[in-house]
Ligand binder design. Structure first.
Ligand SMILES: NC(=O)c1ccc[n+]([C@@H]2O[C@H](COP(=O)([O-])OP(=O)(O)OC[C@H]3O[C@@H](n4cnc5c(N)ncnc54)[C@H](O)[C@@H]3O)[C@@H](O)[C@H]2O)c1
Length: 355
């Protein structure tokens, strides 16, 4: 996993937020093929040098210093006051603090060359838009950690779709859990990447309040994507039972199944049945498309490295992530209206029963 082609100075990097995605998920793994966190990936990618970590939690700071052998600070101001001024800052604090910490980074006096912000950009569209406009006004490049856009298997699917390998798309289905903003946004963004921009949103089901991830609703909804306005149905599953992250795309000549969050991707072509004369079905076997999801975070930094060293375009930017936020906001607004209507209908119904 070395980038032998480039031999210049490493890119200096700091991680702000040393929680699950910042440092925790692969902290204890001994499998070098598993790279799921920012700190883990930055340590393993030879093009980068970790120069600092930031977290108000002293235990996290101690863990960081022990493994990564560089200083951790309780807040950004303390890091900057020590003249640690990284080329890359990774922002992986809880979503509710993204807008505030993002602004602090961009108004601190030290501007990084690039800021990698966790997804979703913020809790709502207005904050997200203000963040991206601020970054643009300061000339700082924004990458957003919608990890699938960086993963080779996902890119392969995009190639297959653009070469019409499964024919004209009929419909698609997404199963998501753990909230529209938190996880639905991953798949809205992925469908943008595969099919193009979104239009015509419809709510199909209100979701379950007991299933809700904090304030984040989990409606079932339909979005039409791309020039051909392909209908993609998003269905929410209950995270407390198990996590679901699945996509099915059904075309005229085959189908693509993106399973278990992307740990398995299968392309099935249509074949004539050897049993039922004249019938055509999806082939039993299917072709596996290689996926690198287990070390996806390495690919994120590989793209950032190539962007900084040779100007290669980033697949996930502030603007692409803002487009996903716009869809999330529209779905949420429609859901709110329908939920209010549903409540008032229920109240009317209850009153009618009491009279
Ligand atoms: N891209 C992905 O696939 C993916 C996966 C998981 C999480 N995420 C996103 O990453 C973000 C963090 O999620 P998580 O699961 O790691 O959360 P977490 O709660 O495990 O970690 C957040 C960390 O940030 C620290 N923190 C809080 N406020 C801070 C501040 N002002 N400055 C510095 N550190 C601060 C906390 O102490 C904690 O250690 C969320 O936005 C989430 O949506 C993305």
């Amino acid at each position: 996993m070395k980038s032998a082609k480039y031999s210049s100075e490493p890119i200096t990097a700091a991680v702000v937020g040393l929680g699950s995605i910042g440092m925790g998920l692969d902290y204890d793994t001994t499998d070098s093929g598993v790279i799921l966190t920012h700190c883990g990936a930055l340590q393993k990618h030879s093009g980068f040098k970790l120069v600092g970590g930031v977290d108000p939690d002293s235990q996290k700071r101690a863990q960081f210093e022990k493994k990564f052998r560089c200083e951790a600070f309780p807040d950004l101001a303390s890091m900057f006051s020590k003249k640690i001024e990284p080329d890359l800052i990774v922002l992986s604090v809880p979503t509710k603090s993204h807008a505030q910490e993002f602004r602090k980074i961009l108004t601190s006096g030290h501007l990084p060359k690039i800021l990698l912000c966790e997804k979703p950009l913020a809790e709502n569209f207005a904050d997200s838009k203000a963040m991206i406009e601020l970054a643009e006004s300061k000339g700082v490049t924004i990458a957003v950690n919608f990890v699938r856009r960086f993963e080779p298997g996902v890119k392969k699917v995009r190639d297959l779709l653009s070469h019409d390998v499964i024919g004209g798309l009929q419909k698609g289905l997404v199963w998501y859990s753990k909230g529209l903003l938190n996880n639905g946004s991953h798949f809205i963004d992925l469908l943008h990447f595969w099919l193009g921009s979104a239009a015509e949103i419809e709510i199909c089901g209100l979701g379950h309040s007991s299933n809700r991830f904090g304030e984040d609703p989990d409606p079932d909804f339909l979005v039409r994507f791309g020039n051909s306005l392909t209908p993609i149905y998003f269905l929410s599953a209950c995270e407390k039972h198990f996590s679901m992250r699945e996509v099915e795309l059904i075309g005229e000549k085959g189908a693509i199944y993106y399973r278990r969050g992307g740990m398995e991707i299968i392309h099935h072509s249509v074949e004539f049945s050897s049993l039922f004369q004249g019938y055509q079905f999806l082939g039993d076997e299917g072709k596996k498309i290689q996926t690198e999801l287990a070390r996806v975070q390495w690919f994120v930094f590989e793209h950032i490295f190539k962007h900084l060293k040779s100007g290669e375009a980033l697949p996930s930017t502030g603007r692409t992530a803002l487009a996903a936020m716009e869809v999330v906001e529209k779905v949420k607004n429609q859901w709110k209206q329908q939920e209010q209507l549903h409540h008032s209908q229920q109240q009317t119904h209850r009153k009618a029963l009491q009279n």
